[in-house]
Every structure is written in C-alpha cells, then in structure tokens.
Design a protein around this ligand. Structure first.
Ligand code: ZN
Length: 214
C-alpha cells in the first residue's frame, strides 16, 4: 500500500492514533482487492436528541440495554457499527479498524457503485438530522478525513443521505458542507454535486489541491 501517513498516525489495521479505541465485533473483511475510496458521514444520537451518554458506544459494541428507553425497542437487536464517532465536544472514538469493513451504510450506492460498506469508512457525528453540529465536530471530522486521505486513496466524501436517497436523511440539512469543504480545502469533485454551491465557489474556495498530498 502506498502511504504518506505521518509517523505513528496509524496503527496496523487502520486504527487512528488520535481516537479512543472501543473495538466493535460488528465488522468484517473488505472484499479482496478493494481499497477505501469513500468517507461516509452520518449522524446519530441515542435516544434521538439526547447527547453525552454512552448509548452509542453500547449500541456499536452490542451491549445496549434495550429496556432503558422506549425508543430502543425500535432498533432492538440490530447489529451495526461505524469506524468513527465524533462526539459533540470533538472527542473521536474508533470502533473498527479502517482496513476492515464496518456496518453503517446498508443498501447504498455512490456514483453508481453499490455496497458502500465495502469501500468506505463510516464516520458518525453525534447529532440529529436537521439540527446543527458543533464547531469542534467539524474540526475533528476534517482532521480525521485528512489523516484518512494520507493512508487511503480517498476520492469522495458524502452523506448517508446521498448514497441512500429516500431511505436515509443523515446527516441532514443542519450539516454545513461548505464549512467542511473549506476546512479540508479539497476539490469540489470529491463532494456530492448537490452540496457544492456552484462553479464560482468551486473554482475559488475549493482549490485544486490533491488531498493525498497532505
Ligand atoms: Zn447513517
């Protein structure tokens, strides 16, 4: 694998040094020969709208108390995961090494290519669809995306809503794509066409930089 990672930035298996490790059993091997090319952004809170608890960690490690909240009955026994969770205060948690496949996208397609879990990294932002996210979350998200691009041939960043339209709405309208794009300074072609605000913006603020250089 070609890699321009900084020394010590990634441990073997694709564990990021800047994250607190909470290993999840909900994972598997990526198909042979498949590289990580897409970063998928999600939002989650458990129960919806309540922040700061450990329910997301418990869900992704299969130890959520299904009786603790009526909402949990609607997701009872599901087995899901994401590679990363970004808490409201910007803390970064990692559940699955990025060399492996996490279970976050479901039925999905990015630019015509199906089964996004096979070739993507899933990043959950603690939050609600349609609500705003915290500045510290954008900073953390941009840092982990830059680190991912140093290790993997990332060529796209999208929301769950963009790869599963009609089925998923996260991270939703409260997520400020241009804020993320400005922090990353990556070309417009990396992002869903619908979130890039026209050619003027794309030509000026987004630059022509190749993220793999960073
Ligand atoms: Zn999602």
């Amino acid at each position: 694998m070609k890699s321009r990672s900084r020394r010590g930035e990634w441990a073997s298996g694709g564990w990021f040094a800047g994250a607190r490790r909470c290993s999840s059993p909900n994972r598997g091997e990526r198909p042979a020969g498949i590289e990580v090319e897409l970063a998928l952004i999600h939002s989650i809170s458990l129960p919806p709208g309540r922040y700061g608890g450990n329910e997301i960690e418990h869900l992704f490690t299969n130890c959520l108390d299904w009786e603790a909240d009526p909402y949990f009955q609607s997701i009872r026994e599901i087995k899901v995961s994401a590679h990363f969770v970004v808490r409201r205060d910007g803390e970064l948690l990692q559940f699955v090494g990025c060399d492996e496949r996490a279970w976050h996208a479901g039925a999905s397609a990015w630019r015509g290519r199906e089964n996004c879990n096979d070739y993507s990294v899933g990043i959950e932002l603690e939050g609600m669809e349609g609500e705003r996210f915290e500045p510290a979350q954008y900073v953390c998200l941009s840092e982990v995306l830059k680190a991912l691009a140093r290790r993997y041939p990332i060529s796209g960043v999208a929301g769950h809503e963009h790869v599963a339209p009609g089925r998923k709405q996260d991270p939703g309208v409260g997520f400020e794509w241009l804020r993320l794009i400005t922090l990353l300074d990556w070309p417009a072609r990396f992002f869903p066409e619908v979130v890039v605000a026209g050619p003027e913006r794309a030509g000026n603020a987004l630059g022509q930089a190749d993220p793999r250089r960073y």
